[in-house]
Design a protein around this ligand. Structure first.
Ligand code: GLC
Length: 430
């Protein structure tokens, strides 16, 4: 399909999935507002209608809790096609929400919107959003960083946004599923079960929801006692970048006190992230807080250190060696798991497929770190995937086939914002 047709298609998808102020990731499989999806989607809207782009983020923050948590789902209206719905989460909020969070992309999205907007017209919006984003980041620091080292602990695999990554296989074995009772998952009504998390994975997801609910969603206690507590390499890197972007916004607004706090948090994280480096493997990996074990897996999130602005020539060299090796094994970068890992499955959720949003983060990071060749390669691969298969949720890295839900909002958004024109933002080779 030529570029113009794809541009139109992407716009149509966003318009069709727009529910008035917020966008569903996909009308059938994901019929609510999802946290990091909305942040990416706002970038797509920015290419069509900047006002609507700001609105997406404003609606998202309407679901924020008083303690700062920004929930991973906001159930603006009920829908029987999804499990677990608002009655299962039972967080007692208005609007109803889930009780966990997702990777903090919002600050970085808002910085991008701010740069694309007329500052006279949108300063008010920025001023309103700034303290809310700051409160969310503070929540991460207070509730999800027990050792105060700039790391981000997740208490549910869904918080990582990489739901069934093999990084969670071992830590999730500690979750007791013996008393969860009967339930009916709905995702496999819409999609082929071979592409989705297994029954055992789902039992564990559900058990963790029950655990949080039993604690009345007391985030402090969940953070201390949850059976699943892992420092997610993806969330940690994304949070560091988000703090840098929020710092830029703080300076813009003359928020000097917030700027100082953010600066300190950034410096802590720059040091603390070394805990995630697995020297034997030569990659950044998630780590179980309870056992201290590194996952020992190279995933797409391992390459987000560039996006986080971490520079370390030795480590960078080793990461790029992995990328080169992986590029020799698959046709399209960046698979969500190393294709040489025994758990690799080219079609199963977060155990192999490529996601356009993750590619965007990795490629932007590589571009700003001066690795223009790799950045362009990843953008080009994303372009080809969408051109050949459409705006699917994710793609097989071997054949390029579209996997999961079709007409997916964030894939359409990534087309409009980034993948459509491989010559945009191209940086000269170092
Ligand atoms: C799945 C993905 C998650 C995403 C959600 C909605 O749960 O793993 O990252 O936010 O779908 O698209």
């Amino acid at each position: 399909m030529e570029q113009v047709r794809l541009d139109e298609r992407a716009r149509e998808i966003l318009i069709r999935n727009d529910r008035g102020g917020y966008t569903v990731p996909n009308g059938r499989v994901y019929p609510f507002q999802w946290n990091w999806d909305s942040a990416f989607v706002s970038l797509g809207f920015a290419a069509m209608d900047i006002d609507r782009a700001w609105r997406e983020i404003e609606t998202l923050f309407a679901g924020q809790w008083e303690d700062g948590l920004l929930p991973h789902i906001i159930f603006w209206q009920d829908d029987a096609g999804y499990f677990p719905g608002p009655a299962v989460w039972a967080t007692g909020r208005r609007p109803p929400t889930s009780g966990i969070t997702q990777p903090p992309i919002a600050a970085s999205a808002v910085l991008a919107l701010w740069k694309a907007s007329d500052p006279q017209r949108y300063r008010g919006q920025l001023k309103q959003l700034f303290p809310k984003i700051l409160a969310w980041h503070r929540w991460f620091a207070q509730v999800r960083d027990p050792s105060g080292e700039g790391l981000a602990v997740i208490v549910h695999p869904w918080e990582s946004g990489r739901d069934n990554s093999p990084e969670w296989d071992l830590p999730a074995q500690k979750i007791d599923t013996s008393n969860i009772g009967p339930y009916e998952r709905r995702d496999t009504n819409h999609l082929d079960a071979s592409m989705r998390p297994t029954r055992l994975d789902y039992d564990r997801y559900y058990a963790l929801v029950q655990f949080g609910r039993a604690l009345g969603w007391d985030q402090k206690r969940i953070g201390q006692t949850n059976p699943f507590r892992v420092v997610d390499v993806g969330t940690t890197m994304i949070l560091l970048r988000a703090n840098r972007d929020l710092l830029e916004l703080a300076r813009e607004l003359g928020e000097t006190q917030a700027a100082e706090q953010l600066q300190q948090r950034i410096e802590k994280a720059e040091r603390g992230i070394s805990w995630l480096w697995n020297e034997q493997l030569g990659a950044y990996c998630s780590r179980d807080v309870i056992t201290g074990h590194s996952s020992g897996k190279v995933t797409s999130a391992s390459f987000l250190s560039f996006y986080a602005g971490i520079q370390n020539p030795d480590r960078d060299r080793r990461l790029l060696q992995h990328l080169e090796r992986i590029a020799g094994r698959v046709e399209y970068l960046v698979p969500s798991l190393d294709p040489e890992d025994a758990a690799f499955d080219s079609l199963r959720y977060w155990r192999g497929p490529v996601w356009a949003v993750v590619n965007f983060l990795i490629s932007s990071g590589l571009a700003s770190a001066g690795h223009a060749g790799w950045a362009d390669r990843i953008r080009g691969d994303t372009h080809r995937l969408i051109e050949q298969s459409g705006m699917y949720e994710n793609f097989c890295p071997v054949t390029g086939r579209g996997v999961g839900g079709d007409d997916f909002s964030w894939t359409a958004a990534m087309w409009l914002h980034w993948a459509r024109d491989p010559s945009r933002d191209r940086k000269p080779a170092p």
